[in-house]
Design a protein around this ligand. Structure first.
Ligand code: 3PY
Length: 252
């Protein structure tokens, strides 16, 4: 079932004390008002997940991790498993973010394995896809996103796919202050829905939550979220200030 979601991707930011302040800041700001039909998800560094899920449970929001291992358990120094993440009470995990693709060489076959691992442990994957600037300028953005989706998701059956959330994040809009225009976002989201329909059927595609990510902030969220195929946002920098983040939540 399609939901509206606003998810904050904190990336590698905040010390423990700062994380605590931000979590309580978000909780307080949400108390002052929020739409009933928007799920709020906070994705801090994994180290703070247990703290975050404690605050989230009391204040009616959810938490997610930013990555997980494709392995179940064992000798993988530095890795964090899906079972560990789930055991903190987290419900979501961001997978395939362009920073993981660019800096850690993650590709869609690996991301596909991570998606399966998340689903095995009842975590909802937020699968990120999106083209780089040269691909958009060369007019290949639809082709690129279609291939990413096919490579990472087409192995899922309809039931498994029904749990996946998609985030379209044009790489040229991440950390650059440049945002896709509402028209560009809508055009790509509608295209993604068409690709999903060809793999999983029209009904499943219409039920899929597709978020926009890439310099989405309190000033542009309303225009982006007004589009029929934009079901919310995956928020980077603007999720690091409680007031801005909750303004985005209230942009629906
Ligand atoms: C951004 O907005 O910068 C993001 O990468 C969100 O994931």
């Amino acid at each position: 079932m399609k939901k509206k979601i606003v998810a904050g991707n904190w990336k590698m930011n905040k010390t423990f004390k700062e994380a605590e302040d931000l979590l309580f800041g978000i909780a307080d700001a949400l108390i002052s008002g929020r739409p009933d039909d928007v799920e709020v998800v906070v994705c801090p560094p994994a180290l703070y997940l247990e703290l975050a899920t404690d605050v989230a449970t009391e204040h009616d929001f959810s938490c997610g991790a930013q990555n997980l291992s494709e392995h179940e358990a064992g000798a993988y120094t530095g890795e964090i498993s899906a079972a560990m993440i789930r055991s903190t009470g987290a419900a979501y995990v961001i997978l395939g973010h362009s920073e993981r693709r660019t800096y850690y060489g993650e590709h869609d076959q690996l991301i596909g394995k991570k998606i399966l691992q998340a689903l095995r442990h009842e975590l909802i994957p937020i699968y990120c896809c999106g083209e780089v600037l040269e691909e958009r300028e060369a007019g290949r953005h639809f082709q690129v996103v279609e291939k990413q989706i096919s490579d990472a998701l087409s192995g899922l059956d309809a039931d498994a796919f029904s749990k996946v959330v998609i985030a379209y994040e044009p790489v040229w809009a991440i950390g650059t202050g440049r945002t896709a225009s509402p028209e560009q976002a809508q055009e790509m989201h509608a295209f993604i829905r068409k690709v999903l329909a060809s793999h999983f059927g029209e009904h499943a595609a219409n039920d899929t939550t597709i978020l926009y990510g890439g310099s989405c902030n309190a000033a542009n969220a309303r225009e982006l979220f007004a589009n029929p195929d934009v079901d919310g946002g995956l928020i980077g920098g603007a999720s690091l200030k409680a007031e801005d983040f909750v303004k985005i939540v209230n942009s629906f």
